[in-house]
Design a protein around this ligand. Structure first.
Ligand code: NDP
Ligand code: 8X3
Length: 254
């Protein structure tokens, strides 16, 4: 059985790939940066007795995702865990000054990309579950999908959407035995802020004077959810760093 992880070229996705590889599971990793994925795949195959399939894939491109699903049917029949992680925030400005290109990118990746991949992979998982497989979808949402903060607007909108889609998946999969978990992290130090702010130095200051979560912290939580007995579905899990009491309240020691 295998684990399909989107956005595995960095951060939380790469952390999940490492965590699942350590349990000996076959992996299917996708992201746009194929070279990075290839390096990660080689690292994991060298460190563990696992097969890792790495594919360059832009989840925003519906046709490409559909072709990918068509081409890799035999791999998909073995997928029992889908980690919908690929996503980003682009920009941090008031709605009235926002970049519409940034909005498109967030909506196309965080919502439409998640849906395209899920639409392609889920029918295989339903069949797998029908044959006794222990199947589980993990959607990476965010605390921004529960509480808004100034200038979060469209990013928050997409993550509120991920939460609603996760709840919908759970009810639509009723009776299939497939578990659906939404994991909602607070501040995790990855490439997230660099991508959002388009500036490495500014990105560093986001985490100055406080200890953020690491990608491994989230991967560990994901693995914990998956490792519960089959009759236990952790529907949602919200994880903040201790120094972050709410979306806009962070204790910093400067
Ligand atoms: P990173 O920027 O480190 O990782 C994002 C991953 O998503 C990369 O692997 C990137 O790969 C992939 N990705 C982005 N766009 C696409 C695309 N169009 N097609 C395929 N893959 C794509 O950030 P994080 O690890 O932090 O982010 C992972 C998830 O966690 C996101 O959904 C984010 O919203 C969520 N999150 C992050 C938090 C944080 O504070 N860091 C907190 C809460 C939630 P590539 O560029 O190679 O395509
Ligand atoms: C990322 C966490 O608080 O920057 O989803 O929105 S936050």
């Amino acid at each position: 059985m295998s684990v399909f992880i989107t956005g595995a070229s960095s951060g939380i996705g790469a952390g999940c790939a490492r965590a699942f590889a350590a349990t000996g599971r076959e992996l299917v990793l996708v992201a746009r940066r194929g070279e990075r994925l290839k390096t990660l795949a080689q690292e994991l195959e060298a460190a563990h007795e696992v097969k890792v399939h790495a594919f360059e894939l832009d989840v925003r491109n519906r046709k490409t995702v559909e072709e990918f699903v068509e081409r890799h049917r035999s791999l998909l029949t073995r997928v029992e865990i889908l980690v919908n992680n690929a996503g980003l925030a682009a920009g941090l400005s008031p709605l009235q000054e926002g970049s519409v290109d940034d909005w498109d990118q967030m909506i196309d990746t965080n919502l439409k990309g998640l849906l395209y991949v899920t639409r392609g992979v889920l029918p295989y998982m339903i069949e797998r579950a029908r044959q006794g497989g222990d199947c589980h979808v993990i959607n990476v949402g965010s605390v921004a999908g529960r509480w808004v903060y100034p200038n979060g607007n469209v990013y928050c909108g997409t993550k509120f959407g991920v939460r609603a889609i996760s709840e919908s998946m759970r009810v639509d999969l009723h009776g299939t035995g497939i578990r659906v978990t939404e994991i909602a992290p607070g501040m995790v130090e990855t490439e997230f802020s660099e991508v959002r702010l388009k500036d490495k130095t500014k990105a560093k200051t986001v985490y100055s004077g406080m200890q953020p979560l690491s990608a491994d912290d989230i991967a560990e939580a994901v693995l914990w959810c998956v490792k519960r007995p089959r009759h236990v579905n952790i529907q949602e899990i919200v994880v903040f760093p201790t120094a972050q009491s709410s979306v806009s309240l962070v204790a910093r020691k400067m």
